[in-house]
Write a protein that binds this ligand. Structure first.
Ligand code: ADP
Ligand code: MG
Length: 216
């Protein structure tokens, strides 16, 4: 049974870092556990920030989870009587997870998917957009902007640049920001280069060669 109906479905919980996605995932799964539904939780093993075999929120709520290195590993680990499947940090799964989630819902399971909708550049974080499109419900959480206190929809990376979309880290590397105070990485890089060049007095244009007086 899903939401009182005899078929499955997909629920997405998305938003930036610190917006309570894992808290909300754990809350929904705990209610299912209280109702004696069989629950299984999966997460990509790339996310080893706090614990390999647990989903952990920034406020330290925890639930046991199976770490997977690939979306192909999910279906073989699914138990017969599982009614509810939870996924955390879903943005770090490969694209194959979209089909897996859809097939679980088509089999009658309730699938709760938590993940970042945007990366640190403020761009859609695949495979979340495809799962959001297929889902029955999508909840977009906001955190609190660390600059002005408004609702925060973006994850600001604070230092360092690897050029990779996959960068696992927490409060020492990221903070929540609103649209107005979010500075995408490219802009940070440019402003760093401009500041460096002005300190080093690197000319932005090459000086024109000295004009020699014509010799008679
Ligand atoms: P997510 O999974 O979305 O990253 P979590 O569920 O792990 O979020 O953590 C949410 C918790 O993070 C909040 O309840 C709060 O205790 C903490 N937190 C830290 N920084 C912020 C912030 N800027 N805005 C809101 N909550 C924050
Ligand atoms: Mg989380």
């Amino acid at each position: 049974m899903y939401g009182g109906l005899p078929y499955g479905g997909i629920e997405v919980i998305c938003g930036p870092m610190f917006s309570g996605k894992s808290e909300e995932l754990i809350r929904r799964l705990r209610l299912s556990i209280i109702a004696r539904q069989r629950v299984q939780i999966f997460k990509p093993s790339i996310d080893d920030r706090y614990a390999d075999d647990e989903v952990v929120s920034h406020s330290d709520l925890r639930l046991a989870a199976h770490p997977l290195s690939n979306s192909d590993q999910l279906l073989p680990r699914l138990r017969n009587r599982t009614a509810v499947v939870g996924l955390d940090e879903t943005q770090f799964f490969d694209e194959g997870i979209v089909e897996v989630v859809e097939s679980l819902a088509n089999r009658g399971l309730r699938v709760i998917v938590a993940g970042l909708d945007l990366d640190y550049r403020g761009r859609p974080f695949h495979p979340m957009p495809a799962i959001m499109a297929l889902a029955e419900t999508v909840q977009k959480n906001q955190a609190v902007c660390m600059v002005c206190g408004a609702g925060a929809s973006r994850s600001q990376r604070l230092a360092g640049y690897s050029g990779s979309q996959v960068e696992v880290g927490s409060s020492e590397r990221y903070e929540a920001r609103c649209r107005r105070h979010f500075e995408p990485e490219e802009e940070l890089q440019l402003s760093f280069l401009r500041t460096r060049d002005s300190i080093l007095k690197v000319p932005t244009k090459l000086p024109s060669p000295a004009v020699k007086p014509p010799s008679d």
